[in-house]
Design a protein around this ligand. Structure first.
Ligand code: 5GP
Length: 205
């Protein structure tokens, strides 16, 4: 059995990460979803344990103190983090796990786990990003400007990511991410255990 792969999808607010993430999961149903913990309030329709685990700030800080996070970051004035235990169990079972996290979380995971692939999802232009942020009608003008500024500084750190996918059309972006994951899983480094067990099978004949 090969080890599970950690797949990081990151990118600015408004890039369409959530939609693309869910469509990749539909196409690759064996990939497990990492459910994050957050201190932000639930939005309408969000379900505890499905979209996020919602905690208050004291509960969240206690989880940090207990070392329960694989990574944690403050994003737009709220805390977000990946619970370590659930991910470690999935990886130990050889399952691939996909995360939709910000750039700071991505960096923390890359430092700890060599066996991960990180993908930066970006709209084809800043004008397009601004249009998407305006169309979703969830942000004030200040918040839109703040998110555009954050997008620019995240894109400037592009070198930390392994891949960039331009979300010009959802299905194109999903195709590319599925291809990246499949290629990543064929890498020699990912398959050394299987290769060695095949070679041992021959030797023992
Ligand atoms: P939202 O509040 O819109 O669901 O998410 C806001 C931002 O937080 C998104 O950019 C998302 O990628 C990021 N995020 C969600 N979960 C996590 C997490 O567990 N860790 C980190 N570092 N970022 C997260």
């Amino acid at each position: 059995m090969s080890r599970g792969l950690l797949i990081i999808i990151s990118g600015p607010s408004g890039a369409g990460k959530g939609t693309v993430y869910n469509k990749v999961l539909e196409r690759m149903p064996k990939i497990r979803k990492s459910v994050s913990v957050t201190t932000r309030l639930p939005r309408q329709g969000e379900v505890e344990g499905v979209h996020y685990y919602f905690k208050n700030i004291e509960e969240y800080q206690q989880m940090i103190a207990n070392g329960e996070f694989l990574e944690t970051a403050s994003v737009y004035s709220n805390y977000y983090g990946t619970p370590k235990a659930q991910v470690m169990q999935m990886l130990e079972r050889g399952e691939d796990v996909m995360f939709e996290i910000d750039i700071h979380g991505a960096k923390q995971i890359q430092k700890r786990y060599a066996h991960c692939v990180s993908i930066f999802l970006m709209p084809p232009s800043f004008a397009d990003l601004e249009k998407r942020l305006r169309e979703r009608k969830t942000d004030s003008e200040d918040s839109i400007q703040h998110r555009l500024g954050s997008a620019e500084s995240e894109l400037a750190k592009y070198e930390i990511f392994d891949y960039i996918v331009f979300n010009d059309a959802v299905e194109n972006a999903v195709d590319k991410i599925v291809n990246i994951i499949n290629a990543e899983k064929c890498k020699i480094a990912y398959n050394t255990e299987i290769i060695n067990s095949l070679l041992n099978e021959r030797k023992s004949k």
